[in-house]
Design a protein around this ligand. Sequence first.
Ligand SMILES: NC(=O)C1=CN([C@@H]2O[C@H](COP(=O)(O)OP(=O)(O)OC[C@H]3O[C@@H](n4cnc5c(N)ncnc54)[C@H](O)[C@@H]3O)[C@@H](O)[C@H]2O)C=CC1
Ligand SMILES: N[C@@H](CC=O)C(=O)O
Length: 835
Amino acid sequence: MIDSNTAVTLSPSKNKLVKIGCNVHKFGGSSLATSACIERVVEIIRQHCQLNDIIVVSANGNTTDALFKLYQISVELQEVTLLNPEQARSAKEAKTLHRQLLETITTLETAQALLIDELLNASSAARLKSLLSDNIAQLSANLLSDPVSYENDLLAFGDFWSARLLSAVLSESVCPSYMLDAREFLLLKDEKNCAIDYSESEKGFSQRRQQDKLVIVTGYIARNKQQQTCTLGRNGSDYSATIMAALSGARNVTLWTDVDGIYSADPRVVPSARKLHRLPNAVANELGRLGNPVLHAKTLQPLTNHNTHLHVASSFAPDISGSEIGKFGQIAKQELSVTSLNDLILAKSTSFFAKSGELAVSEFAPICYNLDEGYIVVTQEQQKSVSQWLASHDTEVTFKPVAIIAIVGHGVAKQGDMRARFKRALKHQQTLHFLHSFNEHSYIAILPELCSSEVLNNVHADMTKDAKNIALVVAGLGNIGQRFLTMLPKQIARVSGLENVHLVGLVGASKALINTDGIDVANALEHYQQQAQQYDSEQLLAWLTSHPYDELIIVDITPSEAFSHLYQEFFARGIHVIGANKWAASSSTENYQQLISTAEKNKSIWLGNTTVGAGLPINSTIKELLNSGDQISEISGIFSGTLSWLFQYYDGVTPFSALLSDALSQGITEPDPREDLSGRDVQRKLLILARCAGFELSLADIDCQSLVPVALRDISLAEFLERTSELDEMFLSRLKQAQDKTCVIRYVARFISENDQVTAKVSLEELSENDAFAQLTPCDNVFQIKSDWYQDNALIIRGPGAGRDVTAGGIHADLVTICQQLNHRHQQVKIKGLN
Ligand SMILES: NC(=O)C1=CN([C@@H]2O[C@H](COP(=O)(O)OP(=O)(O)OC[C@H]3O[C@@H](n4cnc5c(N)ncnc54)[C@H](O)[C@@H]3O)[C@@H](O)[C@H]2O)C=CC1
Ligand SMILES: N[C@@H](CC=O)C(=O)O
């Protein structure tokens, strides 16, 4: 990050901002179109760049198009003037063209001058405008003398002005900066293919680098051996950026553009396309070759033998994580996309068979070809050169206009099921051929007609099922957490909504294992034991902020209040939470409301059905009653599995303390059983249910009777477990009192709302042996709900309310619910101009 104060004042040798590795950032024309855009770019540079990074820029907005228009007008003007200077008609035409030329030049100069005035202080603006008017004079002279010879020099002005302006703005407000005209060092050895002489260019670049200043390099332009200006073709600035990365050994190149990533299809045509967060190099290359609107065929070429990662991000939404291209593991290799190209030509000739066909392939680098059937598919622009090439071979050719649609993914052409699915998806569409690409990362259908948006949408839906990659992080690897993980492999294999769920994080109290490429679910705990590292919550949040998945779910199976304090941060990042932990849902009203509103704002889903009744569907039932228009007036019952188990078994013969240690070892109790005995666990559960039922309540509103004697409350857990026999006498006497009245003892929760008055309490009650709450299977919970719909005949939910299997199972049910909801959600594509 560049700090405007320190960057300018630090001496070169002490400049802490200079790091060893550098990164390249390229800003496209749309990102630099207006002064507001340029200010955004300046902010991105301030936030994301180091002084030794390299900035590559395109021309501002449509400047290159305007320059090209100028070129066309002047060529036309020259033709009119030279061909027929005497004729009256051409004299008039020439006058009109001359006027058009001058007007276009003025418009261009005015637009540039406006940017300068809006962005720079008066003296810098005056200096730049004077340079601009020199350039305009030179440009006008060239256009009027010999436009054809000066075509590239003319087109180069756009990137040149853009780099000069940005460097002036940065020097004025962020850090020392200088512009570098790529023609000074970037040498082409083969102009036709834009092939770079890397060793000469590298020498030239390092000679021109200035220490402790940020360099702004012109994109799109280079020079040839004759020192003439060359351009790098359409989207040449992306190519410039990756060339700069290759020359400087940069670790990362970021293409800042007007879309926030690479999508599984062109999102302007396929609204359900999803962002591909990570793409292996070879797949990205193939996508670029086959018509991806963001990646272009040449862009990745310079990085072939480098370990550089390429990122695509939006300068209009810099905080949204974009797409990353590089070397990745298995999960990134599962990404699949659909692409299409129209306006192609299928050329069929005897010269395209076997050996001579191979020559044609190396000459034209066709989109696809089949040398057994003697055809190649090229762009319409290539048709003329194909004809010329065949004329020299003395063979005939037939040309047919075609389009292609392709699925692109790692090794997709090798997968029979994918090929079959693709063919099925196109069964209503006329196709000419299906063929493998030479690198097996695409499978292509050649169509005799344009590939319509309807076809693209249908194939995309059939092939990708709009599936999202969902990352799963499990926090709390104790009693329930371990059981949840044991069940996970079977669930992922069994439930179709979970097929794109990837376990990427295991978080314990002090150590965490995060692996973006996925943790093997079958051996998750072993991996955790071997590889987990010490972490703190800041590190955890940093990772969670920039994860490469469509969605991320955290399952909180900790008993930790501290961990529940992170929920606010999770929701702020759009992360979804499944909590078995009761702290957040029973926190203060203010905190709880804030959590709900942050989650809503960021479309985070928060489920916690196991916080009450373990696997029993109690929270969800109450929510459904509300959704149906019902109003709840009473919730009561036995809400503690532990206390249910203890009081059902406790007959005064076996000491109460012996039963407690049994319950603890069965994983029914809270990690500290005093949470159960104090009534706090039941108090929290009653609060959670009352909130589910739409009541604004806090813990303080619920009377709670503790069964932990004062002497045992504030001691350590270990000491408490040593001294549990001190409980025995008290419980024996409570039992005897009840038995004397032919009653039993049960810990009961009661919430009643009557005439706008709410009473809520959790306490030990003496119940008649026939009471509905008295006769339960040990560990069962019972929930009795009275409402408008269930007034005289209460709704009863009953069953095991604690334990490893039911709780872990309940968390899995929440996981399936969240994944189903997420898989039906459409991703909002961020494209400037579209939203
Ligand atoms: N036992 C049951 O039947 C039910 C339990 N629950 C809830 O499930 C949660 C877990 O219960 P158990 O597995 O029985 O407890 P446990 O004590 O066996 O396991 C909890 C694990 O969380 C870890 N942990 C503690 N603080 C952490 C933190 N800040 N970050 C990451 N890990 C942390 C502990 O080291 C431990 O491994 C509790 O919140 C409990 O209330 C909910 C429903 C039923
Ligand atoms: N300790 C709790 C576990 C479930 O929430 C209980 O006994 O109910």
